[in-house]
Write a protein of this length. Structure first.
Length: 542
């Protein structure tokens, strides 16, 4: 209980200190309350006598509702684990390493950390939602309702235990920088692929129908795993299969015990393992500094390029366009426009990291600021790297799509390529120009480059909301290209849609030049404030 009280003491202290933290916490509470109300309303409707009477009770309940509940529950559990790993990271309020000097036994510390996690808004909202889900079973009798009331806390504890184990293993076993980078990128791509897999399966097949009854076998298997056992408990009670119910409870209990033991082992290993045992990295030559232009902006470009080579946090964004092409290519059914539109999404996503680029630079930028580098030189140096990567990447993907679709054989295919590539460049370069301004104004904390799975305070909410604001702003700076599309459609001259290409290139180039100029002015005006902000972020990463 001491660790639980400490968690809330630190949380309240943070809320009193930071207005943005308070706003984020209020938004989180509202979202949690909305989840509870939404689940409660849905459960009440599904459990009403009127709804049940319109269905063939047993066939609908066991053939449709059971697979749906178990599969959705499993998906939510996997989603929570991946979000904990890739977005939220380790607890910034109660990091286990901060207790190293107090002599707390590993098991007691791990138990306290687990208990403190169960008192957070996500866990409370999850337990409350699953408890209210028992209303959906009220027509089936008290046994099923009681089983759901037991399953609710078991599901959340299991979810929390698995999340902590995966995070502990990721931070303990993956020790080298290269291994951490690869693991981070693979985990993020696996997370995104997981939610695209149903679409890929359905859209790549000839059938467009979804029959939940065909998932009965999969549901039975998943029901005996930690990911689905808790959601299967009420249905065992409904069928009167008490042996299976007890067996699934044993699976959940064993999972929690093994996760606790695994987290305790990782905690002990972290304390006994020295970072010096990881070995040193030998540098060869001066890298990009040897061939970049001999100027201030050239030095900025060289430093940025050197950082990008070893930064998994930003490298992931560079993989997203290729990922989009592959995903939409599997769902295209021979329609080339479906693949080409993935190029547009790639242009939209490419510069999300640069919109918070100074936070990724950290104290590297503070050293640059101390020698009086002008804002316009910094912006030019960064645009030299990102602009070259962006345009080259988009054109390379365009060549790949043309070869894959065979559009290079026809005049219409070349027109399509011109339109989509021009639109993508408009979004990419315009978004880059916008990023050069936003990165000087809207800066939020990021994880340490050495610990991409950690979580500095204030990062989760900002990293969830700010990319959407950046993408919305990118759409705004691309309005001239969008206007060209609308004019061609309204005027009946859509056959000239290849004009979108040159309009998009001009649109992107103009917005990029404007963003570099304005970003340099803003940086010069806010230089001291930016350095102070980055210093405060550095303290959060420790």
């Amino acid at each position: 209980m001491t660790i639980v009280r400490l968690r809330w003491t630190l949380t309240l202290a943070t809320l009193r200190k930071s207005v943005w933290q308070s706003i984020g916490y209020v938004i989180s509470a509202i979202l949690g309350l909305g989840l509870v109300i939404g689940v409660g309303a849905a459960a009440w409707s599904l459990g009403s006598q009127w709804f049940v009477s319109t269905q063939s009770s047993d066939a609908w309940f066991t053939g449709i509702m059971r697979p749906a509940v178990v599969l959705v529950g499993m998906s939510v559990m996997v989603f929570v684990i991946f979000v904990q790993l890739t977005l939220i990271g380790g607890s910034s309020t109660l990091n286990p390493h901060r207790f190293a000097l107090y002599g707390i036994k590993d098991r007691e510390l791990q138990a306290g950390l687990l208990a403190s996690g169960m008192t957070g808004i996500p866990a409370i909202a999850g337990v409350a939602s699953l408890l209210l889900w028992a209303l959906a079973y009220r027509w089936a009798g008290p046994a099923m309702v009681i089983a759901q009331l037991i399953a609710a806390p078991l599901a959340v504890v299991t979810m929390m235990s698995l999340s902590k184990l995966v995070l502990a293993l990721a931070t303990t076993l993956v020790r080298s920088k290269r291994g951490t980078s690869v693991f981070y990128i693979v985990a993020m791509l696996a997370f995104i692929s997981m939610f695209q897999l149903p679409n890929i399966i359905l859209n790549s097949s000839d059938s467009r129908t979804f029959d939940p009854q065909t998932y009965g076998t999969a549901t039975s298997i998943i029901g005996w795993t930690p990911f689905g056992a808790a959601f299967q408990l009420p249905f065992d009670a409904y069928a009167g299969n008490w042996v299976a119910l007890l067996g699934r409870i044993a699976v959940l209990a064993l999972t929690c015990v093994l996760c606790f033991m695994g987290c305790t082992w990782c905690l002990r290993r972290d304390r006994l393992t020295s970072d010096s045992s990881l070995g040193a990295v030998k540098a060869k030559g001066i890298g990009a500094f040897g061939w970049m232009p001999d100027s201030v902006s050239g030095a900025v470009s060289a430093r940025l390029l050197t950082n990008l080579k070893r930064d998994p946090r930003q490298a992931l964004m560079l993989l997203m366009p290729l990922f989009f092409v592959v995903v939409f290519g599997l769902q295209s059914h021979g329609i080339s426009a479906i693949i080409w539109q993935s190029i547009l999404w790639g242009g939209l996503f490419l510069n999300l990291a640069e919109s918070n680029g100074l936070a990724y630079d950290g104290r590297g930028f503070a050293m640059q600021a101390s020698i009086g580098v002008r804002g316009i030189e910094d912006r030019r140096g960064r645009v030299r790297v990102y602009g070259t990567i962006t345009v080259g990447y988009i054109l390379l993907l365009g060549v790949g799509v043309m070869l894959f679709t065979g559009d290079w054989r026809t005049t219409q295919g070349w027109a399509t390529a011109c339109a989509f590539l021009g639109g993508s460049i408009a979004l990419a370069l315009g978004g880059l120009g916008l990023a050069e301004v936003l990165s000087c104004v809207l800066i939020y904390p990021v994880a340490s480059i050495d610990k991409p799975f950690s979580s500095p305070q204030g990062r989760a909410l900002a990293q969830s909301l700010m990319p959407f604001a950046t993408m919305l702003g990118t759409a705004v700076v691309g309005l001239p290209t969008i206007a060209c599309v609308v004019i061609l459609l309204v005027s009946g001259n859509w056959s000239q849609y290849w004009l979108i290409g040159p309009v998009g290139v001009v649109n992107g180039a103009v917005m990029l030049a404007l963003g570099v100029w304005l970003g340099g002015k803003v940086m010069d005006a806010r230089l001291l404030s930016i350095v102070a902000t980055l210093d405060s972020f550095t303290s959060l990463q420790k």
